[in-house]
Design a protein around this ligand. Structure first.
Ligand SMILES: Nc1ncnc2c1ncn2[C@@H]1O[C@H](COP(=O)(O)OP(=O)(O)O)[C@@H](O)[C@H]1O
Ligand SMILES: [Mg+2]
Length: 358
């Protein structure tokens, strides 16, 4: 799968932009604050329905304008796929796929499959647990639209339960209703995550051995807040922590507190890994994401590399390029090594300057 054309109107610092991309490698060059990441963000939007930088969609509209649009034309084999967005200042968003308006964002997710690798992701091993949960959710939503629905329902129920826990008088019968719903969606989220982490661990283990020439063994483990497999078990756990929840006025246990642990040669990489080792784990993880997409959907996902090439040493950069000979890649960077440039048989270079692209 690859993205052929993009059209932006009033998107971030772009007023009117139309570009045609290479099927393989697209290098987006430019100084800082010129619009490189904005372009990557627009591509990402067509895949996930939201930005990876902000939840405030008004920020995506060019200053001083009332609306913005993003049109993307992609190809899956010979089939053309069109995704379009209209964002309004009042917060309204219209998403269309092949001209048909979508009712739910989950209908968008399985269309264009994109993996993003940004400086944020390089820190995934070291970061706080919420960043790792975000990673899992982002990936799972793409390969499983039902996961997106379960997760949204879980989050909504959690929000409602937490609001209820803040009330003066708590009716146990009413709380039962929330707990029941929470358990229903929660158990689905947990089981999907367990299954996903199991798969991604196996694949990234292989990738990691390759990158490190068998010197390091990577294993990724699920560390669920509630370690259960059935809805009844989940219900029982929150039922037991009810008194505590009422005292704290919030839900203490559940997938919203999950984490994953990275082990390098059986040692926790978050606590004991060097920065270089942690970064290589992140790279293995990203490459594993693309493999998993291929496995689950049969498609070659599109990789967005936002400012990370320069953060990886030459060996890692070469490994990445060699491994991804079947994927479309977008690379943003302020400068690129000639040796790396020479290793791309097909590539297109875009120079970005203040919202203009040459
Ligand atoms: N809504 C917006 N309207 C106009 N300009 C914007 C908007 N949002 C961000 N920008 C501008 O975009 C530039 C940053 O673009 P970005 O793509 O992040 O840069 P980089 O090339 O370093 O990746 C900044 O100059 C910023 O002011
Ligand atoms: Mg940038």
């Amino acid at each position: 799968m690859y993205i052929k054309n993009i059209k932006l109107k009033n998107y971030r610092n772009y007023q009117d932009l139309t570009l045609s991309f290479d099927e393989r490698v697209n290098i987006i060059l430019g100084n800082n604050a010129q619009g490189k990441t904005n372009l990557i963000e627009a591509i990402y939007l067509s895949s996930n329905g939201k930005s990876f930088r902000t939840n405030k969609e008004g920020e995506l509209i060019k200053f001083g304008n009332d609306f913005s649009f993003v049109d993307i034309e992609a190809y899956k084999d010979e089939d053309e796929l069109k995704v379009s967005f209209v964002l309004n200042k009042d917060g309204k968003k219209t998403v269309k796929v092949d001209g048909l308006k979508l009712n739910k964002i989950s209908q968008l997710l399985e269309n264009i499959l994109v993996v993003i690798f940004s400086p944020e992701d390089l820190k995934i091993v070291k970061d706080e647990p919420d960043k790792r949960r975000k990673f899992i959710d982002r990936e799972l939503c793409q390969i499983s639209p039902s996961y997106f629905d379960n997760l949204s329902n879980y989050k909504q129920t959690l929000f409602q339960r937490n609001s209820y826990l803040k009330e003066e008088k708590i009716d146990m019968f009413l709380l039962d209703i929330w707990d029941n719903k929470l358990a229903e969606y929660g158990v689905r989220v947990i089981n999907s995550r367990r299954n996903f982490i199991d798969k991604i661990s196996k694949i990234s283990g292989k990738v990691h051995s390759n990158i490190t020439e068998n010197k390091e063994n990577l294993r990724i483990e699920y560390n669920p807040s509630v370690d259960i497999v059935t809805k009844d078990e989940f219900f029982e756990v929150i039922n037991k922590s009810r008194e505590n929840d009422i005292r704290q006025r919030t839900t203490g246990k559940g997938p919203h507190k999950d984490d994953i642990i990275f082990y390098l040669n059986d040692i926790n990489a978050r606590s004991f890994g060097s920065q270089g080792q942690q970064r290589t784990c992140a790279l293995s993880l990203k490459l594993a994401e693309l493999s998993l997409i291929k496995e689950e959907t049969g498609e070659n996902g599109i990789l967005l590399l936002d400012d990370v090439m320069s953060e990886l040493d030459l060996n890692r950069q070469e490994f990445l390029i060699k491994t991804l000979s079947d994927n479309q890649i977008f690379i943003t960077t302020t400068n690129i090594d000639d040796k790396i440039l020479d290793s791309f048989p097909h590539s297109k270079i875009f120079k970005v300057e203040n919202g203009n692209v040459k």
